[in-house]
Ligand binder design. Structure first.
Ligand code: NAD
Ligand code: ZN
Length: 351
């Protein structure tokens, strides 16, 4: 599958003629969003699409994790069918990861797949969930358990939309960016630690730089291993094994994705000292920094439940839970970790 085209820069979302070129031969598209994002950016993007000569249907999904369910996909697929969309039409997803995951999944399954464009409006979306073609919904048994690899034809990352992000969503995006630093690029990690206050306050120039670097790591790695079968893509899951488990166990939508990843990275740092030779001093320094970021503390969670959730992780092979650990900052490695050690770390973090 070809790499998605990337359109970056302030105002990119409004340059629809560029990112819809060759997308939908029928000239018909469906613009999918949710109410919070629609209120701010919906009509602008809709006008831009019309200005590019397209016939535009619109559809709103429920906000947050509720978008990622069969109950919200079915009405979307029905709207696409009743709106007369064929394989020569396209879907445009405008929103955070919940919208792009769910709408991308609808694009993957409608008539066995139509092209789509992702316009991520959260920082997390611009450097992670809006890129790479993993689409999907949640099942009662856990997050992201049904889905498809379906890469967008184009990804549109507009820095302007990040200006209205609530502080918590900003921190969530920064959490994911810290992952790229710790796992792949020590320089990015140091830069983020040094300029943290400015990043947390929403400095536009620095934010754009972090998003650009995070997104290029993601694109580079996905290009090597689109279907997560060869190895490299698995490394993107640093901080995600326990992170996903926490996100599910806390209850859908309680912890933001990047907040859960911050907890997950703290667990992975501890395990890295034991299992991957990370120096205790480096682990402690990184952990102190992560511990200082204001994220909710998932209290009243049973550590045994967390361990059970990690076993549901799609990365489990032959019963052993595989963790991405660090030999050093920027040097990831995959290691199986015994259940008892995961439990000990979970107990320590949740106490
Ligand atoms: N597909 C992937 O590779 C991948 C990777 C990581 C995470 N995810 C998924 O992404 C989802 C989380 O996505 P998210 O963190 O982007 O959250 P989200 O989509 O739930 O959005 C969070 C909130 O931010 C608001 N919002 C969005 N953009 C805004 C803006 N520009 N200004 C003001 N408010 C805005 C929304 O209305 C919503 O209330 C999770 O379901 C997670 O599983 C997917
Ligand atoms: Zn993530």
């Amino acid at each position: 599958m070809n790499q998605e085209k990337l359109f970056v820069g302030p105002g990119a979302r409004l340059r629809a003629r560029a990112w819809t070129r060759g997308l939908a031969p029928s000239g018909r598209v469906i613009l999918v969003s949710e109410s919070g994002v629609w209120r701010r950016f919906g009509s602008g993007v809709q006008r831009a699409l019309k200005g590019a000569g397209l016939h535009v249907l619109t559809h709103l999904l429920p906000s947050g994790e509720a978008a990622k369910s069969w109950d919200s996909i079915e009405p979307l697929l029905t709207a696409m069918l009743e709106g007369g969309l064929g394989r020569d039409a396209a879907l445009i997803a405008l929103g955070g990861g919940s919208v792009t995951d769910a709408a991308g999944f609808a694009a993957a399954v409608f008539l066995r797949g139509i092209p789509w464009v992702s316009i991520p409006t959260t920082m997390l979306g611009q450097l992670d969930s809006g890129l790479g073609g993993k689409t999907g919904i949640n099942l009662a048994g856990g997050k992201n358990l049904a889905g498809a690899f379906h890469r967008p034809a184009a990804v549109v990352c507009d820095g302007d939309v990040l200006k209205t992000l609530p502080p918590r969503e900003r921190v969530s995006g920064l959490g994911e960016a810290l992952k790229y630093g710790l796992a792949f690029e020590a320089k990015l990690w140091s830069l983020m630690v040094r300029d943290w206050d400015k990043l947390a306050a929403g400095d536009a120039r620095l934010t754009a730089e972090i998003v650009r670097r995070g997104a290029s790591w993601k694109r580079k790695i996905v290009a090597q291993d689109l279907y997560e079968t060869k190895g490299p893509r698995e490394l993107l899951n640093f901080g995600h094994t326990l992170g996903h488990a926490l996100e599910s166990a806390a209850g859908l939508g309680v912890l933001r994705h990047g907040e859960a990843v911050i907890w997950g990275m703290r667990a992975a740092l501890r395990l890295s000292v034991k299992r991957a030779g990370l120096s205790p001093a480096n682990a402690l320094e990184a952990d102190r920094f992560l511990a200082g970021i204001p994220v909710p503390v998932p209290r009243r969670l049973d550590p045994h439940r967390l361990v059970a959730e990690t076993k549901r992780d799609k990365k489990v092979r032959a019963g052993a839970v595989r963790f991405i650990l660090l030999r050093a900052v920027g040097r990831p490695v995959v290691k199986p970790v015994p259940e008892a050690e995961i439990l000990a770390v979970a107990q320590e973090l949740l106490s």
